[in-house]
Design a binder for this molecule. Sequence first.
Ligand SMILES: Nc1nc2c(ncn2[C@@H]2O[C@H](COP(=O)(O)OP(=O)(O)OP(=O)(O)O)[C@@H](O)[C@H]2O)c(=O)[nH]1
Ligand SMILES: [Mg+2]
Length: 235
Amino acid sequence: MLTDDEYDYLFKLVLIGDSGVGKSNLLSRFTTNEFNLESKSTIGVEFATKNIKHENHVIKAQIWDTSGQERYRAITGAYYRGAVGALLVYDITRQSSFQNATHWLKELRDHADANIVIMFVGNKLDLSDTSRAVSSEEGGALAEQEGFLFMETSALDATNVEKAFATVFSTIYAKQPKSGETQPGQAGGPTPTAGERVQLRPPSVRGQPRGSMDESKEGRKRSAEGSNGSGGGCC
Ligand SMILES: Nc1nc2c(ncn2[C@@H]2O[C@H](COP(=O)(O)OP(=O)(O)OP(=O)(O)O)[C@@H](O)[C@H]2O)c(=O)[nH]1
Ligand SMILES: [Mg+2]
């Protein structure tokens, strides 16, 4: 029987998308079931963790969040390194955030592992009746064209938030080698503990070997955190 401190897999997932689309609130809704209507733009990089049970395994989801603001773009190399999943978030009430998906997609293609599992997420579904600017069909069509998973969510009323994360993690899990893995390691480098400052390398050291999907098999590793945790750091 596993305790809260033990897990079988560590999956690093990154949140990306324009500033204000709701990345931080999706994260807080998923990890602590909290929502903040007046949240401030994220400064630097934050992360939170949550243990998920899937089949007979415990997956430690380590989710990284940064601001969509242009001035934080210099951190990309470290942010994407070792990520096995990404939520590319746009705001269904803001066309520009949807159009900028191509910019974020380029970032993913340039910096992330080629096997990364991507979900295209149209957030603020609660505003669908009053101010929708991007139809579900448009979102779904782009996702299909790019080979992404797709879901519309509301961090405000929690619609599809758990489902979106769970779908990404189960898809990543399904890609893991199920037998004969002999390379225990960590996705995304050392697991930061709650409150720990995350040291990010400048983009100039990009090109070093990245974590692969195979590296996320942890074997029943003991972590320094509980089942849910958060921390953060700034660069
Ligand atoms: N109505 C509604 N508002 C939301 C939802 N999600 C986030 N918001 C609001 O949108 C604003 C921005 O949310 P954040 O989560 O801070 O956005 P972000 O993508 O993290 O922004 P950056 O950190 O600047 O990149 C806040 O006022 C939130 O309360 C949602 O699902 N519905
Ligand atoms: Mg944020």
